[in-house]
Design a protein around this ligand. Structure first.
Ligand code: SF4
Length: 302
């Protein structure tokens, strides 16, 4: 077998499962073995194929060395981490080149415990008072861009310069660092950090495919959301992509009071285009939820 050209860097952290299989095929790596490599890269977070090789059945030491001669493993750096009293943890990451982005780890209770608590409250058991439910898992709020071109009036990110899309691996690395730092599993991800995720469509959706792969972080697709200010042509694109099954949410209510309002109205229009599509129906009901409540939870005119 001729060894692939070493002039093109092989960036495995930037690839979804299909892309990784294609990239490793020239090294003689079969589809089954490439799935195990995917798990080593995206679930275990290895930093070289030689490190991965003992746990990747079917990958010879010689092939691992050949891949490593071509592979690159860049990373992002945690520069600050702050935990608030309510259990939220905010991370500040530095990207190669110096730009900084934020991500947040959000504690979630066990849904069964939360349901039982709601049921007790519904029975007027006021003696319960305010009780903090124990954390059972986390979801993460991730950045998709450094800076943001939409510049919503209330948002600090929109005032930053140096706007650029994050590469897929830079998005995935936020999750990897947070997961490595967490004592409980990460069960959800939402693109609601810095940036408008639909303006970084290819890298965000690729990151979503990596997150939801059972061999990788294994976050259920339905627990992955893209929170958008309402970039209409890209919402159209999303709802026509058959391979993407995670959700799109409209931006939270307070954003609609300013520049996001028009975008939100357009989102509603898109959601009405074809209600035969189940994903469109979900999008419609999601946007309706946002529309009927203002930031104080009051009903608004639909
Ligand atoms: S879209 Fe989001 S990140 Fe961008 S300026 Fe608006 S609120 Fe900020």
């Amino acid at each position: 077998m001729a060894e692939p050209s070493e002039s093109v860097p092989l960036h495995l952290r930037d690839l979804d499962a299909i892309e990784m299989a294609a990239a490793l095929a020239p090294f003689g790596v079969t589809l089954d073995v490439s799935r195990r490599v995917f798990a080593a890269v995206h679930r275990d977070g290895v930093s070289s194929m030689v490190e991965a090789q003992p746990r990747v059945r079917g990958l010879s030491a010689a092939t691992a060395r050949a891949i490593d001669r071509q592979a690159i493993w860049p990373t992002i750096e945690i520069v600050d981490k702050r935990q608030s009293a309510d259990g939220f943890v905010k991370y500040l990451f530095r990207l190669p080149g110096g730009a900084e982005i934020e991500a947040v780890r959000i504690p979630l209770p066990d849904p069964d415990v939360a349901r039982a608590m709601r049921a007790k409250r519904a029975e007027n058991e006021n003696s319960l008072g305010l009780v903090a439910l124990p954390t059972a898992k986390y979801t993460v709020c991730l950045s998709s861009q450094a800076g943001c071109a939409l510049a919503c009036d209330f948002c600090e990110t929109g005032r930053l310069g140096g706007i650029r899309n994050l590469d897929t691996w830079e998005i995935v690395a936020q999750l990897r660092h947070i997961a490595a730092d967490a004592e409980l599993p990460i069960r959800g991800a939402v693109f609601m950090g810095m940036g408008e995720p639909l303006l970084n469509y290819a890298n965000v959706t690729r990151a979503g495919r990596i997150f939801s792969n059972p061999a990788g972080p294994a976050i259920a697709a339905k627990a992955i959301s893209i929170s958008t200010a309402g970039v209409v042509p890209l919402i159209h694109r999303y709802i026509r992509e058959p391979a993407i099954s995670f959700g799109v949410l409209a931006r939270r209510a307070e954003q609609f009071r300013t520049r996001g309002l028009d975008a939100h109205r357009k989102t509603m229009a898109v959601a009405r285009v074809d209600s035969r599509d189940s994903r469109l129906r979900r999008l419609q009901s999601t946007t309706r939820d946002h529309r009927v409540r203002d930031d104080r939870g009051r009903q608004r005119v639909p």
